[in-house]
Design a protein around this ligand. Structure first.
Ligand SMILES: [Zn+2]
Ligand SMILES: [Zn+2]
Length: 161
């Protein structure tokens, strides 16, 4: 969705709400992305404040269990209507978005924020115990029958005594 922002930039106190969904192609995203929030101008500053939600579909990096849960990502940026000079543009914080024509491609911005917020791997739970490296049993379900692997260096030491 494109947001036309001229009316917001031109008037103190102006606001525009939005609430919509769009498809974002990615193997980890199993639903449309739902976005709700607003753009508003307050004390001369135009701010975008929104929340994006989608259904995550992934596998636990340790035990391989399927993970399906709703992820929410905050999307917050100060919007700048065209920078006056290039030096000025360098001064802006990374979260600032400089618009060239007071038009914002919201889908693209939300997509970028979602991918930035994605961890490089997912776990089914913080303390997932993973699978036994010997028998492959899911250790979250309890200990397996395998003996802990012995280090051959210790066996060599034992022989000395
Ligand atoms: Zn797991
Ligand atoms: Zn085992």
């Amino acid at each position: 969705m494109y947001l036309e922002l001229e009316a917001i930039f031109n008037r103190e106190g102006a606001a525009k709400d939005f609430d919509y969904s769009f498809p974002l192609a990615d193997e980890l995203i199993a639903s449309d992305v739902h976005v709700s929030g607003s753009v508003f101008k307050k004390t001369g500053i135009v701010t975008l404040k929104a929340e994006a939600a989608y259904l995550l579909s992934a596998e636990c990096a340790k035990c391989g269990a399927p993970i399906r849960r709703t992820e929410t990502v905050p999307v917050e940026h100060v919007l700048i209507g065209q920078a006056e000079t290039e030096e000025e543009e360098d001064d802006y914080d990374e979260s600032y978005i400089v618009l060239d024509d007071l038009r914002l491609d919201l889908d693209e911005l939300v997509g970028e924020d979602i991918f930035l917020a994605m961890p490089y791997r997912f776990l089914c739970k913080e303390d997932c115990k993973g699978l036994c490296p010997q028998c492959g049993a899911d250790l979250n379900a309890g200990p397996c029958a395998c003996k802990p692997a012995t280090d051959p260096r210790w066996d060599a030491l034992k022989d000395l005594f």
